[in-house]
Write a protein that binds this ligand. Structure first.
Ligand code: UT7
Length: 315
């Protein structure tokens, strides 16, 4: 067992000001508020104005998380994103510099909607190994840059945003500790979610993604519970990737989990890809839903295909 654990010490999120409601979409697409709400639980999403980049949102979320943690420097910065400011270089170094984290090592992770869990696992291993003492992990995406706004099969699903978490090295078992993370991928499912090149829009095999998302998020959750020795009834909060309310409900149903544990901000934020888990955590924390010592499970499924789960206690 490691002599150190990674402990959550600050959260923050940043959403663009502009809200696009289902009715706004229905005004120009062959869709309706009723169809979108009943199929996904989404009522609105936040969308950036032209000129706002992923790094802008990441800096906003990172600044709030650093302030919450009371830190002005960190050992390492990791940005999970599928929509970097540029194909090259990575977005994390500019985010670190804009946050005043001078010369901190900084890099991107791309695991699409599972990206935050991949970044969290990376930070966790860097802190527990003793490589660094603090880390800033950000999930940030602007999927509106990918989506064909006229494609009614995908345009309603996504919103833009960023969420951030600061972690520090602490004592194993301390409240706020990351207890376990596990990750997986299957490149056979490459085509389920695809942006072929810069000129091609995002495509998604919705129903197949739906089935795999439910199956993988449920199996990863079962497996992480086994690793930390919790039963489903021990879980106080389940924060799944916010892709579709029906996916979250189906995962909870498979696990026989109390629906009251399921954290959801889909109605107001939609699917924000790598940002969805840290935004949901940050909002739940702001609302006072999470209490010290609460048992929290995170789970995600995304393009790749990639998936993962994590167990932690609340600081
Ligand atoms: O973040 C990770 C990636 N994404 C996901 O996790 C998303 C996973 N998939 C889903 O959440 C669901 O598959 C969707 C919400 C995307 C779609 O829901 P669905 O229940 O699978 O709908 P569908 O694609 O099977 O379409 C059902 C019907 C079709 O009409 P017919 O063929 O039954 O006449 C579609 O043409 O609904 C139609 N439809 C729409 N109707 C109104 C598709 N999109 C729309 C729309 N408005 N926006």
């Amino acid at each position: 067992m490691s002599l150190r654990s990674a402990v959550v010490t600050g959260l923050g999120h940043c959403l663009p000001e502009r809200i696009v409601t289902n009715d706004d979409l229905a005004a120009r697409l062959d869709t309706s508020d009723e169809w979108i709400r009943t199929r996904t639980g989404i009522r609105q999403r936040h969308i950036v104005d032209t000129g706002t980049s992923t790094s802008d949102l990441a800096v906003g979320a990172g600044r709030r998380a650093l302030a919450a943690a009371g830190l002005t420097s960190v050992g390492v910065v990791i940005v999970a994103t599928t929509t970097p400011d540029h194909p090259c270089p990575a977005t994390a170094p500019v985010v670190a510099t804009r946050l005043g984290l001078v010369e901190a090592p900084a890099f991107d992770v791309n695991a699409v909607c599972s990206g935050f869990l991949y970044a969290l696992a990376t930070a966790d291993s860097m802190l527990t190994s003793g490589l660094y003492d603090t880390a800033l992990v950000i999930g940030a995406d602007i999927f509106s840059s990918f989506i064909d706004p006229d494609d009614r099969s995908t345009a309603f699903l996504f919103g833009d945003g960023a969420g951030a978490m600061v972690l520090r090295a602490g004592e194993p078992g301390e409240a706020g500790s990351v207890l376990a993370v596990e990750l997986g991928s299957d490149g056979e499912m490459e085509n389920l979610i695809l942006v072929e090149d810069a000129k091609s829009p995002y495509t998604m095999q919705g129903q197949t993604v739906y089935r795999h998302a439910v199956a993988r998020m449920a199996s990863s959750t079962r497996s992480i519970l086994e690793r930390v020795g919790w039963s489903v009834a021990d879980v106080d909060h389940f924060v799944g990737h916010q892709a579709n309310q029906r996916i979250l409900d189906a995962v909870a149903g498979r696990l026989k989990m109390d629906p009251a544990c399921v954290v959801s901000n889909l109605a107001t934020v939609g699917n924000t890809a790598a940002a969805s888990i840290p935004i949901a955590l940050s909002e739940a924390s702001d609302e006072g839903r999470l209490r010290t010592g609460d048992r929290v499970v995170l789970a995600a499924f995304g393009g790749g295909a990639t998936w993962g789960a994590a167990a932690l206690t609340w600081p």
